[in-house]
Ligand binder design. Structure first.
Ligand SMILES: [Zn+2]
Length: 85
């Protein structure tokens, strides 16, 4: 069955979101674009910056944050390779 491209933006995978977020620098630790904040993942502060820059969408940000029980700007969002979720 052929599937046409959806008209509304869909939420990307966590790995895609994390990759997009890394195009921004981090507002918490000021990691430079292209490098993750830590070996485990990236700070929540960086996701907010990425959304304001249009690198990720609002629904993308919500999808990331809603899986965290509680978070601050210093919380690490763990990157998960596609297929491992
Ligand atoms: Zn950071």
């Amino acid at each position: 069955m052929k599937v046409t491209a959806p008209e509304v933006p869909t939420v990307h995978s966590l790995h895609e979101i994390c990759s997009a977020v890394r195009q921004a620098n981090c507002g918490h630790c000021w990691q430079v674009p292209g490098k993750p904040c830590t070996l485990e993942g990236d700070h929540v502060a960086r996701f907010g910056r990425a959304m304001r820059r249009g690198l990720i969408t609002g629904p993308d940000l919500i999808a990331v944050l809603q899986v965290l029980d509680a978070f601050t700007n210093t919380t690490i969002v763990r990157d998960v390779p596609d297929g491992a979720q």
